[in-house]
Unconditional design. Structure first.
Length: 131
């Protein structure tokens, strides 16, 4: 079960990377590049067609619309070009693993600093209020 989730995560990562590489590929048509850009922009956008606060239906776009857009984007690219882009993305992710780990460490340290700062600020305010 653990390997299945790991494969799903890495396949998704490689798919996104392949689409990002395909945008710059000269053999990909303009329409395919537009479809890819729309799919990635919608996936990253905080604005949804269906707001997330609507029970059950709110997450429908995350579960159906985003994968459908990626499916259309992948099908709009020639298969050989997509496989080439997927290999390029996979090697790029392998090379950038150190930067990813460094980024995670920086984010964790930043959150720890913010947490310590907020704790110190609130405790200082509470001490002042007790005077």
């Amino acid at each position: 079960m653990k390997n299945k989730f790991k494969n799903i995560f890495f396949n998704f990562r490689d798919t996104i990377g392949a689409l990002l590489v395909a945008i710059k590929h000269p053999d990909v048509s303009l329409w395919s590049k537009i479809i890819i850009a729309v799919a990635i922009a919608y996936a990253l956008s905080p604005v949804d067609l269906l707001p997330d606060f609507i029970p059950f239906i709110g997450y429908l776009d995350d579960a159906v619309i985003v994968p459908f857009l990626f499916f259309i984007a992948i099908k709009s690219i020639p298969q050989s070009v997509y496989e080439e882009c997927k290999v390029q993305a996979h090697t790029a992710f392998k090379k950038s693993l150190g930067f990813i780990v460094l980024g995670i460490v920086i984010v964790i340290l930043l959150w720890a600093f913010i947490g310590f700062f907020m704790y110190a600020l609130v405790s200082g305010i509470l001490r002042l209020l007790k005077l």
